[in-house]
Design a protein around this ligand. Structure first.
Ligand code: HPA
Ligand code: ZN
Length: 324
């Protein structure tokens, strides 16, 4: 089964590129840039990745990315991930990135875009991978700041496949970002949003109704609201589910209790993703394997999940046809 899952062409729709920063590269970049880390070693960093909830992870996630300073750093970060993903049979990656988390530290949007752009072109050329770019807004910061980032990104609007919404969910409903997402809609930029990871089903409704998103990131808490489940099914809304992330952030206690089988039985369109692979114990293939172990799914189920990801991806018609 491992061989089969590895060979299966997989598209990843939910990946935070800053969350792909492995401790090894974190140490290399810390040294290169003279940034102090709160860990004495790679092992100590890994041992600290023991989370109680989303916020406890975000604290380390924002701290870890402090080593990213130059365009070269962003290039190295992304290429490091693309190579690992390629080795796992991932053929297409959609990367979220968090410009505000860098702007706050004095790292310009131009620096981030230059580094990620270089890596994306290199991945296409050397690995035959396609990629898409999702500029995410931090929902625990003011909506005005998100709006100003969107305007500041004007030179890059053409390069953005979508805008997204991430960071601490509770207390920061999609409603807060209605104007920002409306502006993105008027600019012709597609929209996705994290909703229903730690937040209530109502946030999923708001993301659909107020932000007019085409996919929901996570969305697992929809099961608490049967009418919402029926709506997601009827409208064919795709959820980008991240099972190992949900275990590590205690959205579920154990992978065996993960709602994925129930979501599948409800007829929802699902994809399997890694979220923050350096922090949550593995990439897309590890997430597939964890599901196989926990749920005993057949090859057909994985073929369906991988097919849904390719259907729901931001990719050209030609690329989709080539991968199907
Ligand atoms: N949830 C919300 N925000 C995030 C995550 C996540 O898992 N990873 C990086 N930003
Ligand atoms: Zn995420």
């Amino acid at each position: 089964m491992r061989d089969f899952l590895k060979r299966l062409p997989k598209a990843e729709l939910h990946l935070h590129i800053e969350g792909s920063l492995e401790p090894e590269l974190m140490f290399t970049l810390a040294e290169r840039n003279g940034v102090a880390l709160p860990y004495a070693s790679v092992e100590e960093a890994r041992a600290a990745y023991d989370f109680t909830d989303l916020q406890s992870f975000l604290d380390l996630y924002y701290r870890g990315m402090s080593v990213l300073r130059t365009a070269e750093d962003f290039h190295d970060l992304a290429m490091d991930y693309f190579r690992r993903a390629h080795a796992e049979g991932v053929v297409h990656v959609e990367l979220h990135f968090d410009p505000q988390a860098h702007l706050i530290r004095g790292v310009e949007l131009e620096t981030v875009m230059e580094g990620l752009g270089l890596a994306r072109r290199q991945a296409e050329r050397e690995l035959g991978m396609s990629t898409a770019l999702i500029m995410a807004f931090l929902r625990d910061r003011p909506a005005e700041e998100a709006m100003s980032v969107l305007e500041r990104a004007a030179p890059y609007w053409e390069l953005l496949d979508a805008v997204g919404l991430d960071s601490a969910e509770r207390g920061h409903p999609p409603l807060k970002f209605r104007d920002v997402f409306q502006r993105a809609r008027l600019l012709g930029i597609p929209r996705v949003a994290h909703a229903g990871e730690e937040g209530p089903p109502e946030y999923i409704r708001e993301a659909l109704d107020l932000l007019e998103v085409c996919r929901i990131d996570h969305g697992v808490r929809c099961l608490e609201d049967p009418d919402l489940v029926a709506r997601l099914r009827d409208e064919g809304v795709v959820l980008t589910v991240c099972p190992l992330s949900n275990v590590r952030l205690k959205v579920v206690e154990r992978i065996e209790e993960h709602p994925l089988p129930r979501l599948l039985d409800a007829g929802l369109r699902l994809t399997i993703n890694s979220d923050d692979p350096a922090y949550f114990g593995g990439g897309v293939l590890d997430n597939f394997l964890a599901c196989e172990q926990a749920f005993g799914w057949s090859e057909e189920v994985f073929i369906e999940l991988a097919g849904t990801a390719i259907e729901a991806a931001f990719m050209s018609r030609e690329r989709r046809l080539a991968l199907h």
